[in-house]
Design a protein. Structure first.
Length: 320
C-alpha cells in the first residue's frame, strides 16, 4: 500500500494517510462516467424542450396570422358587396382659398404680418357616391351603423356600437368570435348620427397593417400633406371631413377628459389638440389654415402606439 503525506493543522506534525487504488479507483471512474451520461441526457432533454417550445411558438404565430387573415377576408367580402358609384378621388369639389393663420391664442401675429400666403385647396362638396346595402350589413351584424373610408389608404371599414358594452368590439369580431382584430367602434356616449362636437372611433393597431394600424402613416409629413379627407357613410346621409391634426397623445379618455357641453370645455379640447400637434415631434402634424372652432363637428380616430401602452396615436378631422 502506498502512503501519501498530508499536513494537518498542528505545526510540526505530519500525518500519513493511505492512498487507495484498485477497486476504489474503478468505482470512482464509473461514477464519473455515469455523471457524464446523466449530464448528456439532461442537455438532450433541455434541447428537446426548447425545440418543442420554439415549434409551438411558430405554430401559434402561424395560427394567429391565419385567423387574422380570415377576419380581414370577412371585411373584404363586405367591401366587395358594396357598390361604389364613383371614384373617391374624383368627387365633386369646391375650390376654396386657405390663408395662413396665426397660432391659436397669438392674435398679435396677425397684426404684425403685412402679407399672408394663400393656398388653393379643392375641398369635396360631398362624399363620393357609395351604394351601401345596409340590410346586408345588418344581417352580418346588427350593430353596424356607419362606414368609414379614407381614400388611398387601408382604412375602409364598417363602424359598430354595442348597445350595452362600450369595450365589446375591442375584444370581439364581426361574427361574435372573441379575439383580434376586433372592430372599428364608438362608445355609447357618442350619438350614431355624428352630431356630437367630438366623436371618437377606436381600432386596434394590428401588426399586419389592418384596422387602424394605417393611422400611423400620418406620422409621415408628406403622407399627412397628401391625405387630408375622409368620408363617413350612414343609412341617412354621408359626411366629408378634412384631417387637420395627427399626433401622439396620452391614453386619457377623450370623451370624458373635457366638458363638451360648454364652450370653455370645447375650446380647451381644441387648444390641447393644437398644442399636442405642435409638440415638435416629427410624428406630430397640424394642417395650416384649418381652424376648427367650438361649433364644429370633429371626428377623432384613435389607435395604440407600439411599445407605449400609455400613449395613443390620434388622427383628427373636422366636418366640412
Amino acid at each position: 500500500m502506498i502512503t501519501k503525506r498530508r499536513f494537518n493543522f498542528n505545526p510540526g506534525k505530519e500525518e500519513l494517510v493511505p492512498e487507495i487504488k484498485g477497486e476504489g479507483a474503478k468505482m470512482s471512474g464509473k461514477r464519473k462516467k455515469k455523471n457524464r451520461t446523466a449530464d448528456k441526457k439532461k442537455i438532450t432533454v433541455a434541447a428537446l424542450i426548447c425545440a418543442l417550445i420554439s415549434a409551438g411558438m411558430v405554430i401559434y404565430m402561424v395560427t394567429v396570422a391565419v385567423i387574422h387573415r380570415q377576419k380581414e377576408n370577412e371585411y373584404e367580402a363586405l367591401r366587395a358587396a358594396l357598390q361604389t358609384g364613383g371614384d373617391t378621388a374624383a368627387a365633386e369639389r369646391e375650390v376654396i382659398v386657405i390663408e395662413d393663420v396665426p397660432a391659436r391664442g397669438d392674435e398679435s401675429t396677425a397684426e404684425e404680418t403685412s402679407a399672408q400666403q394663400e393656398e388653393t385647396v379643392a375641398v369635396p362638396l360631398r362624399a363620393p357616391e357609395r351604394l351601401i346595402d345596409w340590410d346586408l350589413l345588418h344581417e352580418t351584424n346588427e350593430d353596424i351603423y356607419a362606414w368609414i373610408v379614407i381614400p388611398d389608404s387601408s382604412i375602409d371599414y364598417p363602424v359598430l356600437q354595442h348597445p350595452s358594452d362600450d369595450t365589446y368590439y375591442l375584444n370581439y369580431n364581426l361574427d361574435g368570435s372573441r379575439g383580434y382584430p376586433g372592430c372599428i367602434y364608438t362608445e355609447r356616449a357618442n350619438s350614431k348620427d355624428f352630431s356630437d362636437f367630438q366623436t371618437v372611433l377606436y381600432g386596434h393597431n394590428m401588426r399586419n397593417g389592418t384596422m387602424f394600424a394605417g393611422l400611423h402613416n400620418w406620422e409621415d409629413a408628406s403622407y399627412f400633406d397628401s391625405h387630408e379627407f375622409l368620408y363617413i357613410y350612414t343609412p341617412e346621409e354621408s359626411f366629408v371631413y378634412r384631417i387637420f391634426a395627427a399626433y401622439r397623445y396620452s391614453d386619457a379618455h377623450l370623451i370624458y377628459a373635457f366638458d363638451y357641453s360648454t364652450e370653455e370645455g370645447r375650446d380647451a379640447f381644441l387648444k390641447a389638440a393644437y398644442d399636442a400637434a405642435h409638440s415638435g415631434d416629427s410624428t406630430d402634424h397640424y394642417r395650416d389654415g384649418v381652424e376648427p372652432d367650438d361649433t364644429d363637428h370633429i371626428i377623432t380616430l384613435s389607435t395604440c402606439v407600439g411599445g407605449q401602452s400609455d400613449r395613443r396615436y390620434l388622427v383628427q378631422a373636422v366636418r366640412r
